[in-house]
Design a binder for this molecule. Structure first.
Ligand code: NAD
Length: 431
């Protein structure tokens, strides 16, 4: 027993130095530095932006169902609160690291700037595997995390939300714990809640809806008609599956989809309704089929629009010159490396970056917070109309910067994203 505990601890310590998270943070900093240089900001502004303002590490002792106590490590990063309270999801995953949480909080600041929300970026995570935990254990961990970080979060300080392997039930437990501690009902403490507890209509599909709007705008720029366009989507989870449905309903041909086990391909278009019916709650469906392809092959399929909606580092200098799509829209966070971005851009592929394309989720989270603060709730149609407006304006704004400054859409997004934060920090007298 002692031996396996030691191994577990070693794994955790090693996890804090995962090279992939380090790469993600380093490349984010590189693009931020380039964006600030292009905008004429000084080194001090970069020094402020390259790290979160606050990073809290917590240890959470939880009684497991077998009576033993397990101590979990969690984090909460608050990147920059010059514009307003910080905002961002909480991830429950065995691979969570401090570096990854930092990088994700920076991305949240950028997203908030790009879609012009009155927020800075935050992010949280707990090193755990929810797939191996019971419901009561997950509830105790969720409540324990809120108690541990309660001093630095709150509806006007830092507002959490769901992320990988956390959902509306976990948000409900967290909101309940916070409300009990503060002794008043506090729905605005967290977003992504169930509708009956003050959640917003349209939140669950918001990321995919935002990606769909970006695809439509990018297709107009490239002269591609969505009806009949061939689409490939890597990942069939929350983002990928809703997106497949939206594209299918719009008349596009979804010719490839995949999950962690492999991909499915049909040049005439896959039966999306059938696949949605068969997928499990972890976004897997390919295991039910014999005739599958690999994820690498999927990315290189002949298509008009490619959407990586799974994990990081999928399009790299290894395969960027083999991508056939004319448009790549990043639903996932960090699926394309900086080097691959350069190759795609030189080849004339229009790449809509993660910080813009996947901002629909945080936008509807903002709508949820506004509704909670007002105590007045919007219809699904009102949410969709407002989301459409925000995403179309944001795409247009980034596209204009990209053409005016002759830079790719990623750098243009970062330029838009850092500007508001930098100005707010300057007006506050921080820099
Ligand atoms: P999810 O867990 O619901 O689904 C992930 C999908 O990716 C699953 O189909 C899984 O099988 C597949 N996958 C996992 N590892 C893979 C691999 N190595 N190769 C191919 N496929 C693999 O996650 P999600 O919420 O859909 O998020 C997907 C991506 O979108 C993540 O990068 C996430 O950070 C990003 N994102 C999601 C949201 C959101 O609201 N869901 C918002 C912003 C960004």
């Amino acid at each position: 027993m002692e031996g396996s505990e030691k191994l577990e601890n070693e794994k955790t310590e090693k996890g804090t130095d995962k090279p992939e998270s380090q790469n993600v943070l380093t490349s984010t900093r590189t693009v931020i530095k380039t964006a600030l240089d292009k905008l004429g900001y000084s080194q001090e502004v970069y020094d402020l932006m390259k790290e979160p303002l606050r990073m809290m590490t917590v240890r959470i002792p939880i009684r497991m169902d077998d009576g033993s106590i397990k101590v979990f490590t969690g984090y909460r990063a608050q990147h920059n609160d010059a514009v307003g309270p910080t905002k961002g999801g909480v991830r429950f995953h065995p691979d969570v690291t401090e570096t990854e949480v930092k990088a994700l909080s920076i991305w949240m600041s950028l997203k908030a700037g790009i879609v012009d929300l009155p927020y800075g970026g935050g992010k949280g995570g707990i090193i755990c595997d929810p797939r191996e935990m019971s419901f009561p254990e997950l509830e105790r961990l969720s409540r324990g995390y809120v108690r541990a970080i309660s001093q630095i979060v709150g509806p006007t300080k830092d507002i959490p939300a769901p992320d990988v392997f956390t959902n509306s039930q976990i948000m409900a437990w967290m909101m309940d714990e916070y409300s009990r501690m503060k002794e008043f009902d506090s729905p605005g403490f967290i977003t992504g809640k169930p509708i009956v507890l003050g959640g917003s209509h349209g939140r669950e599909s918001a990321t995919a809806k935002g990606v769909t709007i970006c695809i439509n705008e990018a297709a107009k720029k490239k002269g591609i008609n969505i009806e009949g366009a061939r689409v490939v989507i890597q990942g069939f989870g929350n983002a990928g599956s809703f997106l497949a449905k939206f594209m299918h309903d719009a008349g596009a041909k979804v010719v490839g989809i995949s999950d962690v086990y492999g991909g499915l391909h049909d040049p005439d278009g896959l039966d999306i309704d059938y696949l949605l019916d068969r997928r499990d709650s972890f976004g897997t469906v390919s295991k039910l089929f014999k005739d599958t392809i690999g994820n690498d092959e999927l990315l290189e399929l002949d298509c008009d629009i490619l959407v990586p909606a799974a994990i990081e580092n999928q399009i790299t200098e290894r395969n960027a010159d083999k991508i056939k799509a004319q448009i790549v829209v990043e639903a996932a966070n960090g699926p394309t490396t900086i080097e691959a971005t350069r190759i795609l851009s030189e080849r004339g592929v229009l790449l809509v970056p993660d910080v813009l394309a996947s901002a629909g989720g945080v936008t509807v989270s903002y709508f949820e917070w506004v509704q909670n603060n007002q105590g007045y709730y919007w219809t699904e149609q009102e949410v969709q109309e407002r989301l459409e407006k925000v995403m179309v304006n944001s795409f247009d704004n980034v596209y204009k910067v990209s053409t005016a400054r002759n830079v790719d859409m990623r750098l243009a997004s970062y330029m838009v994203g850092v500007r508001k934060m930098s100005e707010a920090s300057r007006f506050r007298g921080w820099i």
